[in-house]
Design a protein around this ligand. Sequence first.
Ligand code: SAM
Length: 326
Amino acid sequence: SPSTKKRHEEYESKLANALTHYASHIGSVTTSSHQALLEEDGTMHELEFAAMAIANEMNRLSLIRYRLGLDDDEEEEEEESEPNSQLDTADIEKEAMIKDSLDPEEWYAYSYWELHAYFSCAAEFIKSKPIPTPERWNDLRSFYHEFVQQDLQDWPLQNENEPRSYIYTDVSYDPPMEPFQSGFKGRGLKANRRIEKGELVFRATNNTIIFTHGHTWRKFLFALYERHGEEEHQLDSETTCDVLVWSWIQRLVPRGPLVIVMDLDNGSLMNEGREDEGWEDPNVKCGKEDWCDFEYYAIKDIEVGEEILCDYREFAMLNAWVDMGL
Ligand SMILES: C[S@@+](CC[C@H](N)C(=O)[O-])C[C@H]1O[C@@H](n2cnc3c(N)ncnc32)[C@H](O)[C@@H]1O
């Protein structure tokens, strides 16, 4: 009836005003202020419910902005001034929220950051992790080989296409460095002898694996995560998150296709240095010329015990996960 319609219109206009009001204050709308509102009259009014829905949406938006690195300057400054431990807690909470919003049935479409959240990697990275033993690397390499066999059985290559994952080279190499605990950077690599400027320090080896398909890498992570079983206590966040953060994207030849690369050995433990404020200087550089050919040379004399650092941006394409379908 016309009167019902009018009532609805009035209601909608009130709702719209209220939503605009809430939206303008959304920055300060928190779950606890909603809690206070609810406790006053004990009921949940539609408007409050709607405002809460907006707050949730805004939270989702801020998560997406956070994941895309679009947080505005003000937030960044605020984050930088916080002590690390609070930042970590915030990261873990954000990641738990992302995880809750994920549909496990859609695992095959998870992006890099959704995988990061699904495996609870923020929580994993605040832990101090042991230096992988040679047995652990052997185990990981065997698991990789089993995975590749299984993947080929599940999905045979079509028309002898290039493999979806392979070992980069059959060359082995024993680099002049050893793993150690490098404080807040986690595990790292240090020189185990004096290294002269210009010396080859590190190179891709028969433990370097390549994924030409983002989805195969995603399958590898899930296979690792669930290798001991799918029960909560059997899931292997530790190894899966390590592999996730040890992987990077690179082109093997100039203008060639993007691939995902990782070393199934201590090479994965090399930390980053940059010639920028707030960073330690790098002491090795990838490639002798501009092109990173998987060989790293000392750019200065390196003393025994000094940490080996390289600028990841010389070879890794840090924001290319989406281009690999991740
Ligand atoms: C290739 S791994 C290096 C090994 C790693 N530290 C570990 O324990 O597994 C890259 C990760 O190491 C950490 N990292 C590397 N360089 C760092 C630096 N300069 N400061 C802080 N963390 C760093 C970051 O967590 C980064 O995602």
